[in-house]
Design a protein around this ligand. Structure first.
Ligand SMILES: Nc1ncnc2c1ncn2[C@@H]1O[C@H](COP(=O)(O)OP(=O)(O)OP(=O)(O)O)[C@@H](O)[C@H]1O
Ligand SMILES: [Mg+2]
Length: 246
């Protein structure tokens, strides 16, 4: 079982859109997939038509005597299950702080279901917290959507600097481009610069597609609803490339 986190310090860069579409893509290929919505906003939980409540209570399930097994829900898609969001997730940092030997928290959390899944995708909230740091330690890959602008490049540099400071393994970081608009010079120039600076970049750009914004209306991943859209093709390409590297 591989753990893939979708993370960026910045908000609104396409983390949830990526988590929803990649977890669906991996499951459609026949892999057993668990999508974990660790963001209290609960966006990916909503897209999969699931109630944003962790049965059994977030503290007990994530940090106490219970295991996550009873809180996992099926989605309407084959091979794809979800561990839903919960409003208590706003307190995850406090819960983690109270825990002894918290370093391996995330790995231990998934060990009861390790045999059931090939891939776990984690839809992370923005900003650096104790929980995100724990994810950095325990995930096998951290996929970072980057909107190709000067500001986003700077944010990625900050993330790399944080990894260095905390002596974390930055070989786990896989940036790729998100919400790419071909007509914008700044996007094209930023891609050239970023790819040169960060060779770890997975060289694919999810194009801006307004149908992605409407996922909340048709309540399904874009890749399922519009399999022939260019963005769907690029999500599949991203998955193919990432899979080879982890
Ligand atoms: N490639 C895209 N083209 C057009 N719209 C997109 C694309 N990717 C994401 N969006 C839209 O942009 C908004 C932000 O995307 P998303 O929710 O995936 O970002 P996020 O990084 O998860 O945000 P947050 O930090 O708030 O969790 C959403 O309305 C989403 O539908
Ligand atoms: Mg999100």
């Amino acid at each position: 079982m591989k753990i893939i986190a979708i993370y960026n310090i910045k908000g609104g860069v396409g983390k949830t859109a990526t988590a929803v579409n990649l977890s669906y893509t991996a499951a459609a290929e026949g892999n057993k997939v668990l999508l974990v919505d660790i963001d209290p906003q609960g966006a990916s939980t909503f897209y999969f038509n699931t109630k944003a409540v962790l049965e059994g209570g977030a503290k007990k399930v994530l940090f106490g005597q219970k295991t996550i097994e009873d809180s996992i829900r099926l989605t309407e898609f084959e091979n794809l299950d979800i561990l839903p969001s919960d409003s208590q997730y706003r307190k995850l940092d406090t819960f983690l702080h109270d825990m002894k030997n918290a370093d391996k928290w995330l790995k231990k959390l998934f060990s009861p279901v390790k045999k059931n899944y090939d891939y776990v995708f984690i839809d992370c909230p923005p900003s650096i917290t104790a929980v995100s740091e724990n994810i950095f330690i325990n995930a096998d890959a951290i996929l970072v959507p980057v909107i190709p602008t000067v500001l986003s490049i700077r944010t990625y540099a900050q993330l790399k600097a944080f990894f260095k400071e905390e002596k974390l393994d930055d070989k786990k970081l896989f940036p790729f481009y998100s919400m790419y608009e071909r007509r914008k010079n700044m996007h094209n120039e930023s891609i050239l610069e970023f790819s040169k600076m960060y060779p770890e970049c997975i060289d694919v750009a999810i194009p801006y597609n307004s149908e992605i914004e409407k996922m909340g209306e048709y309540m399904a991943p874009l890749v399922h609803k519009y399999p022939n859209a260019e963005a769907s093709e690029v999500y599949r390409k991203l998955w193919k490339k990432l899979k080879k590297q982890i």
